[in-house]
Design a protein around this ligand. Structure first.
Ligand code: NI
Length: 435
């Protein structure tokens, strides 16, 4: 499976993310889609050699929460509260999107993510076969889920079209692209679903034994309303409906109570924190330093490009470290290593990608090469600090997923970027006409 080519990456400053040996100088051998060695080897016979001349090589970044087709709504509605932004602006615009629009929006998202070093992402949206097609062509890894919503408790759930789409997506694309695509189930949030419907989703998850992707406690108002309506926090409501028995990505998790934190720990729930989106929508700052200290796996996401307004994981890693230091008035809170873990191996764990996020023998050959021949990276003494505190997304020179270069020397290998610009501009013209 994958390419059968042996690739040797030479003369690298390697950030392995391996706790025992996080930074080393040397080479990386890649056999097919997995890493054969990290460091030095005399027995490796390469088909191709790439000398990176001392540039940094590190695991690919993992965006644990996004809505890739929302690139189409970038800078469409800004400076609004989550509720006004979502219900008055975003939902009505999304009503008009076709599956083909979603394909082009995701393709634009894949391009932006590859160009900024993201090798895998967790995507929640609708008309997701468009996203799955884009991901298959782009060559990235993705967990894709249909955001399920239901405002009508009397609906016949067995005939529910959204659930049918979610199930069709699962049967058609789960484990597609040599296992690079995983289909999860999703309930959009507690405030966009009835309790009865949430129970129905949880039963379906139980049957499929699949992963789940949710928005939980994004705003203070979400918690207040939920407690008023159900006498439970969003976390408690989801649990009471039967969630959390399979791998769960809980996006945001800004306002967790101590009881919620206990549920997260017991159920091994993965948090996908979205610092930029939470700041922009004034949702607040998630206490991720506290969550990490509690032993919860915290990953990072950009959220959609309509609330960020880009898909740049370097910004999320940077902000994740800085915000915790500033808020807690403690410069030792969230070290560069912890911030980078959130953007790499913690993300792989959240998405359930096996042996991924650390450069180590036998693990996925998902890596990125950073061009350090830049003024803002001159000089640097610690590669990890350079990435977290100084690097920019545009420093990503090459991106490899499963042993294949998706971008090399900044040239996209799998995406026709001119076509993507042309097609997405046509869709954007349509939106612009009814703003
Ligand atoms: Ni979101």
């Amino acid at each position: 499976m994958g390419s059968a080519i042996n690739t040797l990456i030479q003369n690298a400053q390697i950030i392995t993310m391996d706790e025992k040996n996080p930074i080393l100088k040397g080479d990386i051998g890649i056999k097919g889609n997995v890493i054969e060695f990290v460091g030095k080897s005399n027995s490796f016979t390469p088909d191709r050699v790439k000398n990176v001349n001392g540039n940094i090589v590190m695991p690919g970044l993992i965006n644990a929460h996004t809505h890739s087709p929302m690139t189409l709504l970038r800078c469409y509605a800004d400076d609004l509260s989550l509720r006004d932004w979502l219900f008055d602006k975003i939902f009505p615009a999304e009503e008009t999107l076709t599956e083909q629009d979603v394909y082009w929006g995701s393709m634009l998202g894949c391009w932006e993510m590859i160009a900024s070093g993201t090798t895998a992402f967790a995507d929640m949206y609708f008309s997701n076969s468009g996203t799955a097609r884009a991901v298959m062509e782009s060559g990235q890894r993705a967990n894709i889920c249909r955001a399920l919503q239901c405002f009508d408790d009397c609906a016949d759930f067995e005939k529910d079209s959204r659930m049918r789409q979610a199930l069709d997506l699962y049967s058609e694309f789960n484990n597609a692209a040599q296992g690079k695509i995983i289909i999860d189930m999703s309930a959009h949030a507690v405030y966009t679903n009835t309790k009865k419907y949430l129970k129905f989703i949880a039963q379906t998850v139980e049957k499929l034994n699949c992963g789940v992707h949710l928005h939980i406690s994004e705003t203070r108002g979400e918690n207040v309303d939920c407690v008023k309506k159900y006498k439970m926090t969003p976390t408690e409501l989801f649990e009471s409906c039967g969630f959390f028995n399979t791998r769960t990505i809980a996006a945001h998790s800004v306002y967790l109570t101590d009881d919620d934190i206990s549920i997260y720990k017991n159920k091994k729930i993965h948090i996908a924190s979205n610092p930029t989106s939470n700041l922009k929508l004034a949702s607040g700052i998630a206490p991720i330093g506290k969550y990490l200290n509690e032993g919860i796996n915290v990953a990072l996401g950009t959220d959609g490009a309509a609330s960020n307004n880009n898909l740049n994981m370097f910004e999320e890693i940077h902000l994740a470290a800085l915000l915790q230091k500033g808020v807690n008035e403690n410069p030792t809170e969230v070290s560069a290593f912890e911030a980078l873990k959130m953007g790499t191996v913690n993300g792989a764990n959240a998405l359930g990608i096996k042996n991924c996020g650390i450069l180590r023998r036998g693990w996925c050959a998902d890596l990125i090469i950073i061009d350090t021949d830049k003024p803002h990276l001159t000089p640097y003494y610690n590669a990890m600090s350079a990435i977290v505190y100084s690097a920019q997304a545009a420093d990503v020179d090459s991106v490899m997923v499963a042993g294949e270069f998706l971008m090399e020397n900044r040239e996209l290998k799998t995406i026709d970027t001119e076509r993507v610009k042309f097609e997405t501009k046509k869709i954007a013209d349509r939106f612009a006409s009814f703003i």
